[in-house]
Design a protein around this ligand. Sequence first.
Ligand code: SF4
Length: 109
Amino acid sequence: MGGIIYWGLIRTAIIIPIIWGLSSYLDYSLWWSVSFLLIYGVILHPAIIQYNLFREHNKDIIEATLCSSCQYFDETAVLCTKLDEHPSREYLPCEGQSWEPKSKAEILE
Ligand code: SF4
């Protein structure tokens, strides 16, 4: 997840000067459209694709491990927030000792 944010920031840092520079060459109304397309195409769309790949890659851990039903599991980062470690299908950081069920409200989300 950190990689998605990192590369999003890198792309943002690159695209902002480009958009700024285009304002001198394009009509104002066209510049807005081009800016929007560049922001979506270069920053947002790749981030969405990366996030979907991240979810797909970690689908088993998110849905089918003991951690997936634990209140300390952060699905967005695939992280045990209690031990600050990343579980996997083969590695359970607490070995089940610290597992606590999610509340009903969390399960229904
Ligand atoms: S406390 Fe144990 S079961 Fe819960 S998320 Fe962390 S490693 Fe997984």
